[in-house]
Ligand binder design. Sequence first.
Ligand SMILES: CC(C)(COP(=O)(O)OP(=O)(O)OC[C@H]1O[C@@H](n2cnc3c(N)ncnc32)[C@H](O)[C@@H]1OP(=O)(O)O)[C@@H](O)C(=O)NCCC(=O)NCCS
Length: 272
Amino acid sequence: MGNAECGAAQSLIGAAEYRVTMADGADWTLLHYTRTPRGSLLRFHAPLLRFMQTVYECTGGGYPRLEWITMPIKPTEPRFTRWFAKHYGGFLRWRLRVELDELWLAVAATQSTAARARSRTPATGATAVAETAAASPAPPETPAHEHILGVVGANYDFSRAGKKRLGGTFHRLLRTAGVEERPERMGFVELLAVLPQHTRRGIGAALLDAVLAALRGLGKTPYAVTFPGLDAALRLYEKYDAEFYEVRGFKWSPADKRGLDYIVVRFPTAQY
Ligand SMILES: CC(C)(COP(=O)(O)OP(=O)(O)OC[C@H]1O[C@@H](n2cnc3c(N)ncnc32)[C@H](O)[C@@H]1OP(=O)(O)O)[C@@H](O)C(=O)NCCC(=O)NCCS
C-alpha cells in the first residue's frame, strides 16, 4: 500500500479536538477497563473500529490481518470504509462482547493534562504513564477514536458464557505449537496495536507491560498469537524474552478448510 492511502487516514486523525504532541511519552495516558459481570466492552466498538481501520491502512493490511478474507479490497477504493466495517466490524464486536476480559487504551492527554505532566520530572515509558495517570482528571468514559493512540486486550477467563469452546480451541493451538499448558493458566495478549504515526515512542511497550502485569497477577502464563511477518511485534516480544513456536496450517474448527500459519508467543511467567 502506498503512502497516499495512509495519508488519507492521517488527515482523519488530524481532525482531533486537540493536538497530539509526544513529549517524553508524557502527553498520553493509559486507561484501563475491566469487564463487569453485567457490563460489556462494546461501547468501544465505534472508536476502535476507526482506530483499527487506520492501523490496517497504514500497515498495508498487515494488522488486523482479516485472515478469513481471500480477496481484500484496497483502501483507495471508495467503498473501503464500508467494506472494512462489514468484515472487521463483526469480528471486533465479538471480541469486545465475548472474548476480551480487560482492555487498555493509550489516549492522548488533554492539553492541560499534558502541560501538567510536562512540568513534572521528565520520565519515560511506564513510569511516565503512571505519573500522568495520577495527574489526570477522571478519564472520558469512551474516548473518541481520534484520541486513541494504542490498544491492548487480555483474554483469560474461559469459564465465562460463550468462551468455553474458545478456551478449548486456544488450548489445542498451544498443543499444536508443542506447548503444554494447563487451560486455567492460559492468558492471552490480544489486539495489540499502536497508531502508526505514534510508533517507536514506547506506547506499545507500556501497553504490553500493563497487560503482562495483569495476567501474571492473576497467575496466568502470558501468551500472544501472532502472524509471521509482523516484524515490529515480533521484535517487541523478543525484547521481553518471549519464546516463539511456529504453527503451520492450524484449523480453528473441524469445518475450517483454510489452515493458517501462526506464531505462538510465550512470555516468561515472572518479570525479571
Ligand atoms: C507492534 C507495535 C504495537 C509496537 O508498538 P510501538 O509503540 O512502536 O512499540 P515501542 O515504541 O514500545 O517499541 C518497543 C520496542 O519494540 C521493538 N520494535 C517496535 N517496532 C519495531 C520496528 N518497526 N522494527 C524493529 N523493532 C521494533 C524495538 O525493540 C522497540 O524498542 P526501541 O524503540 O527502543 O528500539 C506496533 O508496531 C504496531 O501496532 N504494529 C501493528 C500491529 C501489530 O502487528 N500488532 C501485533 C498483533 S500480535
